[in-house]
Design a protein around this ligand. Structure first.
Ligand code: SF4
Length: 327
């Protein structure tokens, strides 16, 4: 049976955190054995919101590549590419933008929501509105039949399918309608209990050094009613306990019992947790150190990824141009 093909991407906006790993990257690593995978560092997407200050974008691309590789994406199994290294992304985006009605873009729920969230920044530019068209181009360029997504991204994928249908209706069956593959998401809260996000400053960076992991975990929110060491705790409202459930599963029952009878203090409980998180991320950390010491290896992998990606992308573009009679 030929393998299905996947495209998925992440914006290079800085180092990834543990929430990104459990929410998406861990899934991507597993998919490598079942699918032919194209994983993109989508730097053009980063420009849709961060076009004013691009000073960190190159370094962010490198850091994201290191995160991908440290977390287990394997360039022998998957194509790891930087979007702007494959110019066909931009060309297909332009061509698809010609056939995409504005109304389709304006009704994407995340558009208005993000405009609200990023209030204060001037996002009344075409690039921001056209973000889902660029996504449709990313996916269609590789004729990916499957896209791993979270529930919140389903409307974008539906829009991609609509654009593909429209293209095929107008010019003939060239592009493929991708199917969603819903991620099995393990939600990891930030150390303050809110969604883990760099913009909240509540994240634990993927591959962080042990001292940083310990410091972050010691700052974690616990049961707010547990003021003194002798107060019994409620693990069900404690962020550290949520983490124990993920990183220290065999000891959760004991921690729960000890917490409820005030048999363990929060500091000791968090120290135990920190050691488990440090163990679980040991390999990622080691790989990250190796890659940071040899940036030329990262460059080679990205160069080779772009070469492989371009080959497929150019074939698709040939067909698209031919179908649109602009070749
Ligand atoms: S003892 Fe552990 S589980 Fe209980 S409140 Fe403190 S940190 Fe949370």
């Amino acid at each position: 049976m030929p393998k299905g093909r996947i495209f998925s991407g992440m914006r290079p906006t800085g180092r990834l955190h543990l929430g990104n790993y459990l929410g998406a990257l861990e899934n991507w690593v597993q998919l490598q054995d079942e699918y032919e995978c194209y994983y993109g560092i989508v730097d053009l997407h980063a420009l849709t919101t961060d076009y004013e200050d691009t000073s960190r974008i190159r370094e962010n691309v490198r850091q994201l590549a290191i995160d991908f590789l440290s977390a287990g994406l394997d360039p022998e199994k998957s194509v790891i590419l930087v979007q702007s290294h494959v110019k066909e992304h931009a060309e297909l985006h332009l061509l698809l933008s010609m056939i995409t009605p504005l109304g389709w873009l304006e009704r994407v729920p995340t558009y208005k929501e993000q405009l609200r969230q990023l209030e204060g920044r001037d996002l009344t530019n075409y690039g921001f509105l056209g973000y889902p068209v660029l996504q449709a181009a990313d996916i269609s360029l590789y004729k990916a039949d499957t896209v791993p997504v979270g529930e919140d991204q389903l409307p974008h994928l539906e829009l991609c399918r609509e654009i593909v249908r429209r293209f095929n209706h107008l010019y003939g069956e060239v592009l493929l309608e991708p199917q969603a593959k819903l991620n099995k998401v393990q939600l990891l809260p930030g150390v303050d209990g809110r969604k883990m996000s760099k913009s909240y400053g509540n994240e634990i960076p993927l591959g962080a050094e042990p001292e940083e992991v310990r410091a972050r975990i010691l700052s974690m929110i616990t049961d707010p009613q547990r003021q003194r060491r002798n107060d019994p705790g409620r693990p069900e409202v404690c962020v550290a306990y949520t983490y124990h459930g993920i990183f220290n599963e065999p000891e959760t029952q004991e921690i729960s019992t000890e917490c409820r009878r005030a048999g363990i203090g929060c500091v000791d409980c968090k120290k135990r947790l920190a050691e488990r998180v440090i163990e679980a991320t040991q390999l990622v950390r080691e790989k990250r150190r190796q890659l940071e010491a040899h940036p030329e290896l990262v460059d080679e992998i990205l160069f080779e990824g772009a070469r492989k990606a371009r080959k497929v992308a150019q074939e698709t573009l040939e067909e698209v141009r031919e179908a649109m009679k602009i070749s």
